[in-house]
Design a protein around this ligand. Sequence first.
Ligand SMILES: [Zn+2]
Length: 342
Amino acid sequence: MQTVFHPAQRAHDPKNFLSSGMRKPNPEQPARIYALMGAVERLGHEVVTPADHGLGPIAAIHTAEYISFLRRIHGLWAAVPGASEEVIPNIHPGRQEASYPSSAVGLAGYHMADTACPISADTFGSAYWSAQTALTGADLVLGGAKHAYALSRPPGHHAFADLAGGFCFFNNSAIAAQAALAAGRRPAILDVDLHHGNGTQGIFYARGDVLTVSIHADPSGFYPFFWGHAQERGTGAGLGANLNLPLPRGTSDEGFLAGLEPGLQRVTDFGADFLVVALGLDPFEGDPLAGLGVTTPGFARIAAAIAGLGLPTLIVQEGGYLCPELGANLESFLGSFETAHR
Ligand SMILES: [Zn+2]
């Protein structure tokens, strides 16, 4: 398997976020890359540097004003008297009809869902290359590779068309799926991260041309709270093209694998011929975000089940946070996927 990675993804280094009102160190650390890359080296993957596809394929998913916001906001924020070093919102338009803001504080509240996506001077560059990494991974699979791994960081699946959130800025998996669609494929996104892929769902919710499936910890008591429930099935042309598979907190390997089965069946029924796996390693029992109970060997079983679909597959890195087993969990998933994907 080839791995795609660009070193510019290391620069984004968020410091803080709020959890239940408490300021805590941000878990989406650049050191994640070293753990993940260690697994890639042990597996003997060739590492490919992504090509620069420009903003076009990003703009196929994200609005022009949002892309402009991510590019400009840190500079605008730095000019606000007494502002923090990182852009962190403190006011949001909520659900009311609202006017598009012009001030830095207003823009941050408009385009940032929560406090878990602080923006520094380095964020745009890292998010840009994270998206390019996914796009080059899609190129490899569209060009005939059976599978490829995009080491995208920062992650993407909580980012909506015009909204950052949950450590995410550009929705790498959605951007890759859209590129596959543009190349004439029928893509499905299967999100196995601990958290519901709410941004991905939102982007494709009214569309029937990209299937979105997410298996995750039950959001009734877990991030992202407002999305990820089983009754969210899509709307309009997208009705039936979104499937959520919430699991009780603490679900272990057997329960995860059983819960995944209807998701795999839906991918087959949709007639997908290109699969994007939004790979979170945070369902791990020892992950600091502590939501599910998947073991290191469990990731190998999940990978084998997905590989059994037999589809050309791009694996895009989403969550999975610093713990001693982070690299071993990726190695377990990718090693098994390669073996089972015949
Ligand atoms: Zn996650």
